[in-house]
Design a protein around this ligand. Structure first.
Ligand code: FDM
Ligand code: MG
Length: 211
């Protein structure tokens, strides 16, 4: 843990639209932190390796159809099934860099028209992140980057609605980074935010999402 003795790891979440650069930045941040000698793991949600994750993956690939509330609860269940491992990693001093979390869960489902309060409810009691970084990229710009796969949700009209919901979820603890800046500039900003977070959270208790 970056030299700090006995401190817990930090729960660092990256959020943003598809093609906002989250996954690349998570990978870059991860190798930076590892290079600093910091115990770190890269996680992502959905975690497609579990049995719940496989159902989610089939849904996203349009290989199965599920009711909107049902898939919402599966995404949430996919976080719940990882909660205890997440907690023990953090308490053991490992920092987790997580690509998407509960905010994706709420923003994407709410963009379908589901009630926000209903969407938030199953997230209550999951671990609260120490830092949420939102990579801010205009939906049109993200779409221009190309590389939307053929997955469900990868359409610019839908992404615009997701962006509005992300916007309404932002609170004082979020750090919004301009994801349209050059990759190296974004990377530098993330490094600084992450290092500060890791040193500050050493003496803070882990808490739960309340919403
Ligand atoms: N997604 C992701 C949700 O709809 N709810 C969630 O809780 C999470 C974690 O799944 F379109 C959506 C967001 C995205 C899709 O994510 C797959 P990746 O990051 O592209 O694999
Ligand atoms: Mg995607």
């Amino acid at each position: 843990n970056g030299g700090g003795k006995g401190g817990r790891g930090a729960l660092i979440v990256l959020e943003g639209l598809d093609r906002s650069g989250k996954s690349s930045q998570c990978a870059r941040l991860l190798s930076f932190l590892e290079g600093k000698g910091c115990a770190t793991e890269g996680w992502r949600f959905p975690d497609r390796d579990t049995s719940v994750g496989k159902m989610i993956s089939a849904y996203l690939a349009n290989e199965s159809q599920l009711d909107d509330r049902t898939i919402h609860l599966l995404f949430s269940a996919n976080r719940w099934e990882k909660r205890s491992l997440m907690e023990s990693k953090l308490l053991g001093g490992t920092t987790l860099v997580v690509d998407r979390y509960s905010y994706s869960g709420v923003a994407f489902s709410a963009a379908k028209g589901l009630d926000i309060g209903w969407c938030k409810a199953p997230e209550v009691g999951l671990l609260a992140p120490d830092l949420v970084i939102y990579l801010d990229v205009q939906p049109e710009k993200a779409a221009e980057r190309g590389g939307y796969g053929g997955e469900r949700y990868e359409r610019v009209e839908f992404q615009k609605r997701v962006a509005e919901h992300y916007h309404s979820l932002r609170d004082l603890t979020w750090k919004v980074v301009d994801g349209s800046l050059p990759m190296e500039t974004v990377e530098e900003q993330l490094r600084e935010l992450a290092m500060n977070c890791i040193s500050e959270c050493q003496d803070k208790h882990l808490t739960n999402l309340t919403w």
